[in-house]
Design a protein around this ligand. Structure first.
Ligand code: SAM
Ligand code: SF4
Length: 339
């Protein structure tokens, strides 16, 4: 019998370390309209479109997970909003009652166009990546981006009254590390949250040396404490983020995702599915199962897909092994992993 528990009343995905998996990050494309320097090279080779799951297949995968107890799905990429007909998937997933939380991670470039439709589809929360408020540096860090477009996208999302909007900022020393205060002020002014992320060694990076660009969460916290009164939040999300509240600014929480300085694997509740249908059991390891093969080999048989997902729990590793100085890096870039 697999270590996954199938109880009579409710199916649950549980791994060998007694962690319950109730959260899936579903990547809908590896393509993107930006080229962030920490995420992918300037000349990126993308997966041929024929190898991607169709939107219908993605819905099937999502439904299997939901039947197995998953109640939170984050749509990510690449840039999810550049996938053709993507609203079809949001609309279909938004109709599933057992899915409590349908969320999106985006770079914001298409939000002006999509914010209202996403809200109507039932998207609850949106994370928008924004590393700097300086147009020149934004262009430099994204290689092609226009800051105004992302800021307009964030404004459009705020106007739609989602449950939560959060900024994600990857902080690199000697690039944008001096902006952490300005970014927090921007979030305070807009009544939204922010998470600072330590860069993870995913894919080869010839743009900068990762160890030299390391700027720790603790350093950021120290920078912020010069100006804000940060109080550790009691809120526990079962995720990797450590949250703080800002005294006198109750609408903004500041989070830290710190794979290097604070290991978060013990409470891991999530798995990822790449746009090709590869089920990744850990962000920082290669353990995976080819769900596309299972779906296509068993087109009329959802039980086979369910079983493949249940069995996969047995190979979910205990934790990631990120090491900034290691020669062995994971070959896949973040856009292929589904951030
Ligand atoms: N394109 C969307 C976006 O940028 O929000 C969604 C996909 S992106 C891969 C998801 C998140 O991963 C973003 O917040 C991005 O900043 C972050 N990210 C990308 N590469 C990273 C890396 N090497 N280390 C840490 N975070 C990374
Ligand atoms: Fe694109 Fe997001 Fe990667 Fe930036 S972080 S290149 S926006 S996928």
């Amino acid at each position: 019998m697999s270590s996954s528990i199938r109880s009579a009343e409710k199916l649950r995905l549980v791994d060998r370390f007694a962690r319950t998996i109730n959260y899936v990050r579903l990547s809908v494309t590896d393509r993107c309209d930006l080229r962030c320097v920490y995420c992918m090279p300037e000349k990126m080779t993308f997966v041929p479109r024929t190898q991607l799951l169709t939107l219908e297949e993605m819905e099937t995968v999502a439904r299997s997970f939901i039947d197995l107890g998953v109640d939170k799905i984050r749509i990510t990429g690449g840039e999810p909003l550049v996938r053709r007909n993507i609203m079809q998937l949001f609309n279909r997933l938004g109709e599933i009652e057992a899915l409590k939380d349908l969320t999106l991670t985006t770079n914001g470039t298409q939000l002006e166009k999509y914010a209202k439709q996403l809200k109507s589809a039932g998207v609850t929360r949106i994370n928008v990546s924004l590393d700097t408020l300086r147009p020149g540096l934004f262009h430099e860090m994204t290689r092609v981006g226009d800051l105004k477009r992302t800021l307009d996208g964030i404004d459009a999302a705020i106007a739609c009254d989602f449950k939560k909007i959060k900024i994600n900022a990857v902080v690199l020393k000697n690039h944008n590390h001096e902006e952490v205060l300005d970014l927090v002020k921007y979030c305070v002014d807009h009544g939204i949250d922010i998470s600072f992320i330590e860069e993870m060694p995913l894919g080869e990076n010839t743009h900068h040396e990762r160890a030299a660009a390391y700027y720790s969460s603790d350093q950021i916290l120290e920078d912020l404490e010069q100006h804000y009164d940060l109080v550790p939040s009691t809120m526990h999300t079962a995720g990797p983020t450590r949250y703080f509240r800002l005294n006198e600014h109750e609408n903004t929480r500041v989070g830290f995702i710190s794979p290097h300085s604070h290991n978060f694997c013990e409470s891991c509740n999530r798995v990822r599915v790449t746009a090709e249908g590869r089920l990744l059991l850990c962000l920082g390891q290669e353990h995976s199962v080819d769900l596309r093969h299972v779906i296509r080999a068993n087109p009329e048989n959802r039980a086979a897909l369910d079983q493949a997902i249940i069995d996969a729990m047995d190979i979910k590793p205990k934790g990631h092994d990120f090491n900034l100085n290691s020669q062995t890096i994971l070959l896949r870039h973040m856009n292929m992993t589904g951030g």
